[in-house]
Design a protein around this ligand. Structure first.
Ligand code: SF4
Length: 399
């Protein structure tokens, strides 16, 4: 990491209007920031803070290589509150890495239901198979070996190696990068290669000097998730406040700078729901692209909205003759890169071939939340779980 330019000397004399405005906006960060030599006393304090303030989360109660692999896969791009419910259910279904490796991919995708980004589930499944085939069923301890597993990048490898096996490996997720950027008053765009390089170097320097690398990394993540939040960080409760350059310079609100997002592409999905004798016709999506390999009601998709006659023609061209085509509702579903407008239709067909699924089967197959919602809109009975039978009144054994 390049050395810092020393902070500019403080101008003397009367304040000009420009200087007063600059003071109100907070002092600028220096153009390049040095790594302070890690202060082990502060690192110990940070670890003690973690000991006292760690949230009770299911993956922290049972820490081993397998559970860490599952938790890290789920926590990428999904909020903690959603993962909390899904984590125990997934482990109940696949209690060990061997159970997961032996499972059929569709079972794994179905167990991932509600978490989105199904590619992570596929990677996790393949990673489990690699662990069983190449590492004797034991999740490797070494970050370099971990990175040989599908879907495991530098962050996940560092997290498992440090949190489970206590190795002094760095980690860097969005929360940790924000904490380190504020700590060092680094106001570069977090996506830039230079900012990420500096953040990795800072994380590595901390991990290398931490007496307890697991506690340090947990503390950094916890700090970003609960105190040093994107908006309104609670600096008064922060264990590294005394070190934090952004706080000292009044720059916490400006770091990180707002992200400039690319425009989302708009795509129209015309989902056609056909129900016969309590069964609904489904098809599987292709193996590539959005929601690859998931199930859905027959869907015509494209860049434009189709009126009913054009939709009927498109369905016929796809080998699906329907009658009584009727639009029920439309809604918008956002993905990272797309604005998906889902138009829900119902129709009848005489076609018998294809996958006609009953209510229980519908709940077991892997489906995007958008298509599950489309089903629920058109066939609320078929898409909702069966009610458990009413408990019978217990007969009195007494008088
Ligand atoms: S002092 Fe404030 S801005 Fe600095 S690391 Fe702590 S919470 Fe974040």
């Amino acid at each position: 990491v390049s050395g810092p330019a020393p902070p500019p000397p403080r101008p003397r004399g009367r304040r000009t209007a420009a200087r007063r405005a600059a003071a109100r906006a907070g002092s600028p960060c220096p153009p390049a920031i040095a790594l302070d030599p890690p202060d082990t006393r502060r690192i110990r304090e940070l670890c003690r803070w973690w000991d006292r303030h760690a949230r009770d989360l299911p993956w922290r109660r049972r820490r081993d290589g397998y559970t860490a692999l599952v938790a890290e896969a789920m926590l990428q791009q999904t909020q903690v509150s959603r993962v909390v419910g899904a984590f125990d259910a997934f482990l109940a279904r696949f209690p060990t890495i061997r159970h997961l490796a032996a499972a059929d991919e569709q079972m794994v995708l179905a167990a991932w239901d509600g978490l989105g980004y199904y590619r992570r589930a596929r990677h996790l499944h393949r990673a489990a198979r690699t662990v069983v085939e190449e590492f004797g069923g034991i999740v490797p301890r070494d970050a370099a070996d971990l990175r040989r597993l599908p879907g495991v990048g530098r962050y996940t490898a560092g997290a498992i190696a440090s949190l489970v096996y206590g190795r002094p490996e760095p980690i860097l997720d969005g929360n940790v990068q924000r904490v380190l950027a504020r700590w060092h008053c680094d106001d570069a765009a977090p996506q830039s290669a230079a900012a990420r390089r500096r953040a990795w170097a800072r994380s590595a320097a901390l991990a290398a000097s931490a007496p307890r690398p697991a506690a340090l990394n947990e503390a950094l993540m916890e700090l970003g998730a609960t105190i040093c939040t994107p908006r309104a960080p609670r600096c008064e409760a922060c264990p590294v406040a005394a070190l934090c350059l952004a706080r000292r310079r009044g720059r916490t609100a400006a770091i990180p700078p707002p992200r400039i997002r690319g425009r989302r592409t708009t795509v129209h999905h015309h989902a056609v729901i056909m129900e016969r004798r309590g069964r609904v016709l489904l098809e599987r999506r292709g193996e590539r692209g959005l929601w690859a390999g998931l199930w859905q009601p027959p869907t015509i998709e494209g860049p434009a909205h189709l009126a009913a006659p054009d939709l009927a023609t498109a369905l016929a061209a796809a080998g699906l003759k329907v009658t009584g085509l009727r639009h029920v509702s439309s809604f918008t579903h956002l993905t990272t890169h797309r604005h998906v407008l889902v138009h829900v239709h119902v129709a009848a067909t005489r076609i018998r071939r294809g996958s006609w699924l009953g209510r229980d089967e519908l709940l077991r197959v892997a489906m995007s939340s958008a298509h599950r919602r489309a089903l629920a809109v058109a066939t609320p009975r078929a898409a909702s779980p069966r009610r458990p039978p009413r408990p019978r009144r217990a007969r009195s054994l007494g008088s």
